[in-house]
Design a protein around this ligand. Structure first.
Ligand code: 26Q
Length: 796
């Protein structure tokens, strides 16, 4: 495929699909025309992949997730097809700048953070590994809100991402299902019959997901809610213009907007309906495909592996059983046996406030038949495990516990890092682990190196290919071959040059977007992730204030210049997180205006952090901030992206940091803070924060400055509540870890001041990051959970 034929196809799409002339075409038109020309080249591998699976009668993975945090797809598709250079040349021949068109694509933010981005990385890895798979999600009309700052405070605006054309979502008119809700369950001929009082229609939008090499594509099938009853013309004609559209509005609300919370769940009816909408459409689709391919329902586990991304689709077990029993006459015992063999459940959190529990009255009113089945499952589990403690159960205290439900309906339950899986066994499900030894397994998260190294960091990718040859993208362990080169000054120099290129790009972008001038030779210290108390952005900004004060007290002490960069959104209702955002912005105003420290310290917090912004920030980062309270971050995946891109971590022994430390070695990681066990012990002391503050002069000074209103001169008491929480309600141990963090930051300064030492560390981070490819993770799921033999692709 040459760039000439690509040029022809782009022009053909511009003319005949978009009905535009080259002269009249906008940037969006060119972007869509190019996307369509690339999409054409995905279709054949896509159809062929499906035909191969059908012919082989093989097993497919069905990945059920309420979130897919996709980001942009154009450059990713071009790279995986091996057509990036051709696309660049074709666009140049047409007088367009390829990079400009890539930027014109809206960022598909159908997810909140880590869990949703993991699902997107998994889709790409499954396609790369030629693992037959469908992703099932929701085609939200509005993705995660757009974040703005007004006087430093977060504002939220709807993310109207579909207002610009989306060439990646193909309408699949044949795939549509009726999703029932509410009503009652009656008995007919001794069998329960659900008579729903509401229905909506699920319609499929298919996004083809092309793997590295362009030989295989899977489907991400996103459901859109549509009314089952057409527009009520009678009501409209009676003059009730709004009422005529009510049913339509009600139905469409199910796929209207992504819930922007990623911890505290609220128990809202609409959310439960969204979860069932996704899950029922998916299960109906799976059964329809299975039967259409000529298999019997008893064979289901031979052809179907369903993975539940957290408990959000945990109604999958009861829904599958309902269809098997009520529509196909299967007995309960057979139905649960089949469900268990098909289902797997991935847990992503230990935070108690994030565990889904639905009041039985709500659950029973929205899903009356499922309520009966859940009760039956609970009874069956108790009968088959009579030693089950009285306080354990799927239904307890008038609540349905989705974690327990997912656990007992699955054959495997997994955590997402070694430490997290340990804690899932010991703290979250100790009783179920005892009753079902071996069911809980670990699958440490990973990220796709195509997007998170090859695509976002062309400078470093080019150096890697020049050094170890092509093909490392699908065989990331090969990055180890860089290690001997790290000993060569010329390689370290080239590594540093690639990093500097990225830092210059970022400096220019930040200058243009935020009007700040930053020095590309300063240390870029980056913390990007959702704003959460447990992630401790507060610890980072308090340390930054301490640094500012120390520089002012002693400006000529040979300071390492730093730019402290934050990015991230807060859930709109999370008051404490929003206060942290405002505090960081207020601190930034004061520090950035200080002439004494201007060349040594800057704080920048660009608004509306998203996947595309991560792709700019990560390649330019020097230091990766992974500073959660030990035991709270299930894994983290940003930590892996930084490591791949040559940014050493400053971090706690939490989540996958533990494994990063193990891979990269103690001397290449800035470790600090209490361990999980020490955290628990420390909390036993009611004065832990007070004692830590009194033992640290810098922390006392910082808190004093904040109390005095140094960062809120127009309202000196603005942060009294914040400081008060550090003193008296410091559940996440900001105070207790402060001194240790300060020490580690000092170590990072000393390392950075020695460029040769730093480059060695940075390069070794990249060289030792192979383990964190999501290809490795997916191979793990295939062997340990899905019972699908991994192909040897990439490991040869
Ligand atoms: C639940 C109910 C109602 C509304 C929203 C939710 C909800 C939505 C999203 C609850 C949780 C989430 C997202 C959780 C998440 O992103 N967890 C992260 O998952 C990553 C991938 O495994 C890990 O790396 C992170 O450590 C973990 O925090």
């Amino acid at each position: 495929m040459s760039h000439a034929s690509l040029t022809d196809d782009i022009l053909r799409h511009l003319t005949f699909t978009l009905a535009q002339t080259p002269e009249g075409a906008s940037r969006q038109d060119w972007r869509v025309a190019l996307s369509l020309a690339l999409r054409d080249r995905i279709l054949v591998p896509w159809f062929e992949a499906d035909a191969k699976v059908r012919a082989a009668g093989g097993k497919r993975v069905y990945y059920l997730s309420m979130e897919f945090l996709i980001g942009r797809l154009l450059d990713d598709a071009a790279i995986n097809l091996g057509l990036q250079d051709d696309a660049r040349r074709a666009m140049a021949a047409l007088g367009q700048d390829y990079a400009d068109l890539v930027e014109a694509e809206p960022d598909a933010a159908l997810g909140n953070g880590g869990l949703g981005r993991l699902a997107a990385c998994f889709m790409e890895s499954m396609a790369t590994l030629e693992c037959p798979a469908f992703g099932y999600g929701i085609m939200y009309e509005y993705g995660l809100f757009k974040q703005g700052f007004k006087d430093g405070q977060q504002t939220e605006a709807p993310d109207d991402w579909l207002s610009r054309p989306n060439p990646w979502g193909l309408v699949h008119p044949a795939a549509h299902y009726i999703i029932p809700f509410k009503g009652e369950v009656v008995t007919e001929n001794d069998r329960p019959v659900w008579r729903p009082s509401e229905t909506v229609r699920a319609e499929a939008r298919d996004v083809p997901v092309i793997g590295w090499g362009g030989t295989w594509a899977n489907t991400l099938r996103l459901w859109r809610a549509e009314p089952t009853t057409p527009f009520d013309l009678t009501r409209f004609n009676r003059g009730d213009h709004v009422g005529g559209a009510e049913a339509e509005m009600q139905a469409r609300s199910l796929s209207r907007v992504l819930y922007p919370d990623d911890t505290s769940y609220q128990g809202k009816e609409l959310r439960l309906k969204q979860e069932f909408f996704l899950t029922s459409a998916a299960i109906q689709d799976i059964l329809a495909r299975h039967l259409a391919e000529g298999h019997t329902l008893n064979d289901l586990p031979d052809h179907v592996a369903i993975q539940m991304n957290d408990t959000h689709p945990a109604i999958a077990g009861p829904e599958l059983m309902r269809l098997l029993m009520d529509d196909h006459g299967m007995e309960f015992a057979d139905a649960i046996a089949i469900a268990q063999k098909c289902l797997g459940y991935t847990n992503h959190t230990l935070l108690p406030e994030a565990l889904e529990r639905w009041a039985t009255y709500l659950f029973g009113s929205v899903l009356p038949r499922h309520m009966q089945i859940v009760e039956q499952i609970n009874q069956w589990h108790l009968q088959t495990h009579p030693t089950r403690p009285h306080y354990v159960g799927v239904v307890k205290h008038h609540e349905v516990r989705m974690g327990e439900l997912a656990f007992v309906t699955s054959h495997k339950v997994n955590g997402v890092s070694a430490l997290h899986t340990d804690l899932v066994k010991k703290n979250l499900f100790p009783e179920l682990e005892a009753l079902h030894p071996g069911r809980i397994v670990n699958q440490t998260n990973g990220v796709t190196p195509r997007r998170w190294l090859r695509m976002c960091n062309p400078a470093l990718s080019g150096l890697i290919t020049d050094t170890i040859g092509a093909g490392w993208e699908a065989d990331l362990d090969r990055l180890r071959e860089l290690e001997p080169h790290v000993e060569h000054r010329s390689f370290r120099h080239a590594f540093g040059a690639a990093k500097r290129t990225n830092k210059v790009h970022l400096s220019n972008w930040l200058g243009a977007e935020m009007g700040v001038k930053i020095d590309p030779d300063a240390m870029f210290d980056v913390q990007i992730k959702r704003i959460h108390e447990y992630k401790r952005q507060l610890l980072n900004i308090l340390e930054t204030v301490a640094r500012w004060k120390a520089i002012r007290d002693n400006p000529n002490a040979g300071w390492v210049p730093r730019v402290t960069i934050f990015g991230g959104k807060s859930a709109p209702g999370y008051t404490v997180a929003k206060e942290v955002i405002r505090f960081i912005n207020d601190v930034a105003v004061v520090i950035n205006a200080d002439p004494v420290t201007r060349d040594l310290l800057k704080v920048v917090f660009p608004p509306d952090y998203n996947v595309s912004m991560a792709e700019r920030l990560i390649p330019a980062a020097d230091l990766s901030e992974q500073i959660s309270t030990a035991g709270k971050e299930a894994s983290g995946t940003g930590n892996m992206k930084f490591m791949m891109n040559g940014a050493p971590t400053i971090g706690t022994l939490d989540g996958a940091n533990v494994e990063i430390l193990q891979e990269v070695g103690r001397e290449n990681f800035f470790l600090f803070g209490l361990t999980t066990e020490e955290v628990a012990a420390r909390r036993e002391n009611p004065d832990h924060a007070k004692e830590a503050i009194e033992a640290s002069q810098p922390l006392q000074d910082v808190l004093q400055m904040v109390v005095e209103g140094r960062f809120s001169p127009d309202q000196p008491d603005r942060y009294h509540g914040l400081v008060n929480r550090v003193w008296y309600h410091d559940y996440f141990l900001v105070a207790s870890d402060f001194a240790s963090y300060l020490e580690a930051q000092g170590e990072a300064d000393r390392a950075f001041a020695d460029p040769d030492r730093w480059l060695r560390m940075a390069a070794l981070n990249t060289a030792r990051s192979g383990f964190f490819s999501s290809d490795r993770t997916i191979r793990g799921y295939m062997t340990d959970i899905w019972d699908i033999a991994p192909t040897t692709r990439g490991t040869a």
